[in-house]
Write a protein that binds this ligand. Structure first.
Ligand SMILES: [Fe+2]
Length: 432
């Protein structure tokens, strides 16, 4: 469904669209390498008893579990040629059992209310979006001092993520004026969340954030292609794939980027479209030839693209996108990166529309760290897909209610088109 169709439906709708308003979207273009095959859905588990509706408790941020322990299959790639600083990360994975124990042990710590976390997350997201636009604009000038400003906002994002997982909920937004703005900001949040799960510390985390912000700066050279309303053909895709090299060239214009960091940043930005199995571009690198930070950005980039609409296709349900990427582990994506993604956003990521064992339909609004199937959800529809007064339910606190399945958007459209239109409209970021 195109944005214009949604607008018509929305005008007919009597229901408000979750408090956020949209605006017309421009023609937005495809990135062919991000167009991956569809995913199968998991078998639904046996139905659980219907929950007893109870007053909504204050929703709290659960503490982060320790970083995951090192897995034997996690590759420790060698530094790229000429890399000087900083040091490469050592993967630091830990057993899921220990993560769960730690999370349970820390769950009694007093926590902030959801609305406070949400307000702070919105503020941080807005700042990041602003910086994303500023960077993309600045690197089209002959020179700019942008490194420190970008790293500063990336530190703000990673510090926020440590205590406020609600920020990940904001990665569901798109920017209508230029999809690159939200795409860059969302990819950065996702990559930093994965970096934290992988146990990265400064200065690796800052470098990861900076390179995520810079990974598509070369794209503005190919705006007619990335803004194309049609899916790219082979020739056009080959032309647009040059944006990786164009981005590296633009790094030279960032004059406050230290030369020791710049060398590593060049490799990372260039490698974010490489794939573990050698199917990427521009150099068809594989495995340890690809910088671990590029591996993280690579999967964050693709997950973000899959879960946001393009002019010629609809967005994938986040839960289906995760499943799709998990199935591609070992073929296109690095196992360490896939694990970090799942740890960061779980298997029902924020933005997923899901059917609960109670029959109600809900939207995931925050993953519970260490518990992949127990997110905080907002229940929006009853079992007949009719609107009900929304309320939040923390599935971690209500073990009798479980997620039965992701709900395909087409099913939502068929059962309650007005609600589906509202969901689509609410994904567009507008600041008033
Ligand atoms: Fe990208």
């Amino acid at each position: 469904m195109r944005f214009s169709d949604l607008k018509k439906i929305k005008q007919q709708a009597s229901e408000p669209a979750s408090g956020r308003r949209g605006r017309p979207a421009p023609d937005r273009g495809p990135v062919a390498e991000e167009e991956l095959a569809g995913a199968r859905r998991p078998e639904p588990p046996a139905a659980q008893p219907r929950p007893v509706r109870r007053p909504e408790p204050p929703i709290a941020e659960k503490p982060a579990p320790e970083p995951l322990s090192k897995q034997p299959e996690a590759p420790a790639a060698e530094p790229g040629p000429g890399a000087a600083a900083p040091e490469r990360p050592a993967s630091n994975y830990e057993s899921p059992q220990k993560s769960r124990r730690d999370a349970r042990a820390k769950a009694s710590v007093p926590q902030a209310a959801f609305k406070d976390l949400d307000a702070r997350a919105r503020e941080v997201y807005s700042t990041l979006l602003e910086q994303s636009g500023a960077l993309i604009k600045a690197v089209d000038q002959p020179y700019t001092e942008k490194y420190e400003a970008v790293v500063s906002v990336c530190r703000l994002v990673s510090d926020t993520l440590r205590t406020n997982g609600v920020l990940l909920n904001y990665t569901t937004f798109s920017t209508a004026d230029d999809y690159l703005l939200a795409h860059t900001a969302n990819t950065t949040i996702l990559a930093l969340a994965m970096g934290l799960e992988a146990g990265l510390e400064e200065p690796e985390l800052s470098l990861l954030g900076f390179c995520s912000m810079a990974h598509d700066i070369g794209m503005t050279e190919y705006s007619s292609l990335y803004n194309s309303p049609e899916r790219l053909g082979e020739k056009e895709f080959a032309e647009m794939s040059l944006h990786a090299e164009a981005g590296v060239a633009k790094l030279e214009r960032i004059v406050d980027l230290d030369y020791r960091i710049k060398e590593r940043a060049r490799h990372i930005v260039l490698q974010t479209h490489e794939r573990d199995d050698g199917s990427g571009y521009p150099d068809r690198l594989s495995d340890e030839e690809i910088d671990p930070l590029a591996q993280l950005i690579s999967i964050a980039d693709v997950y973000e693209a899959l879960t946001h609409p393009r002019a010629w296709r609809e967005a994938m349900n986040p839960a289906d996108a995760v499943r799709d990427l998990v199935e591609k582990e070992g073929r296109g994506f690095n196992a360490m990166a896939v694990k970090a993604l799942i740890s960061a956003i779980s298997i029902y990521p924020p933005g997923s529309i899901v059917a609960l064992s109670s029959g109600e339909i809900a939207r995931v609004i925050k993953a519970t760290r260490g518990f992949l199937t127990k997110p905080l959800v907002e229940i929006l529809l009853d079992q007949d897909f009719s609107r009900l007064r929304p309320y939040k339910l923390d599935l971690f606190e209500h073990p009798l209610v479980s997620i039965e399945r992701p709900v395909p958007f087409k099913e939502l459209e068929a059962r309650n088109p007005k609600f589906a239109a509202g969901v689509e409209m609410s994904r567009w970021w507008v600041e008033w």
